[in-house]
Design a protein around this ligand. Structure first.
Ligand SMILES: C[S@@+](CC[C@H](N)C(=O)[O-])C[C@H]1O[C@@H](n2cnc3c(N)ncnc32)[C@H](O)[C@@H]1O
Length: 270
């Protein structure tokens, strides 16, 4: 098991994956925010209500990203703060405080307003959308023992690993640790891949649709050297009854007992 200790960004109190995102802002399925038309007006309309931890963390992430960007680009740094608005440093500190303590409706609204203001001044809308998408696309959910999402974390090394519908690894979360385990022999120099989606429907374009990229893996490109038979053999060996791609032993146990063990496996403490 490999521990990715460098958790550079995390936020507590995530919400259940099964809940639909109320504002289409930040959703586990990555690139969804990128497609959200009129994102800035949506964030604006959030002023009127208390917003969820997921939404809050997106706003916080944006502010931090903008703050970092500003400190890297000195000429931008010289822009004066808008009347009555805090500096980047103050805004970032506020964000962190809100993220730590949980936001009241008014401070949440303020953070959102700040994010919108800073976004408007420092990055264009496309850039802001790209940032939100990148955050969602590159972070991993942390699950509790009942497989509810309790948070998300950015693991920079793990974020470099591409998806495949015919992967040679599986990624599992053990508390705050991610484990990347091989499920088939891997040649030297061969790319490591795992399947991004938890319930995998072979050949279904919709499965990956929310991620916003077109998969070019061997299965999707139709270039498996053994053709359909090779794919069927892989699925028979590695597809759990729940649809997830797992280690062969787990798929076998699920097939024999009729009971999926993915949940237990995912929540085993590392
Ligand atoms: C978590 S990142 C993986 C690392 C990324 N390839 C990089 O170089 O930073 C996810 C992004 O990688 C690309 N990607 C991952 N798997 C892919 C696949 N099977 N086919 C095409 N693009 C893929 C997509 O652009 C996706 O949004």
């Amino acid at each position: 098991m490999h521990d990715f200790e460098d958790v550079s960004y995390s936020y507590p109190h995530g919400e259940s994956l099964s809940e639909a995102c109320s504002a289409c802002l930040c959703w586990s399925a990555a690139a969804q925010p990128l497609r959200c038309e009129g994102w800035l007006s949506r964030i604006h309309s959030m002023k009127s209500r208390k917003f969820s931890p997921r939404e809050r963390s997106t706003a916080c992430f944006l502010l931090r990203a903008f703050a970092q960007r500003a400190s890297e680009a000195n000429h931008r740094h010289s822009q004066p703060a808008l009347d009555g608005e805090p500096s980047f440093e103050q805004a970032t500190a506020q964000c962190q405080q809100v993220a730590r303590s949980g936001a009241s409706a008014s401070s949440a609204a303020r953070i959102v307003r700040l994010a919108k203001l800073q976004a408007g001044r420092l990055v264009d809308e496309a850039d802001a959308l790209r940032l939100v998408g990148a955050e969602a696309c590159n972070s991993f959910h942390l699950f509790d023992e009942r497989e509810r999402v309790r948070g998300s974390a950015m693991y920079p090394e793990a974020a470099m690993i591409n998806h495949s519908c015919l992967p040679n690894c599986v990624m599992t979360a053990h508390g705050r640790h991610l484990a990347l385990e091989s499920i088939s022999p891997i040649s030297r120099g061969e790319e490591l891949t795992y399947c991004y989606v938890r319930s995998f429907e072979a050949g279904s374009k919709e499965t990956l649709d929310p991620w916003g990229f077109e998969c070019d893996c061997v299965r999707c490109a139709g270039t498996h050297p053994e053709g359909g038979e090779g794919l069927e053999a892989f699925d028979a060996k590695h597809k759990c009854t729940c649809g997830k791609i797992v280690k062969a032993t787990m798929a076998r146990v699920a097939a024999e007992s009729g009971r999926c063990r993915c949940h237990a496996h995912n929540t085993t403490s590392g």
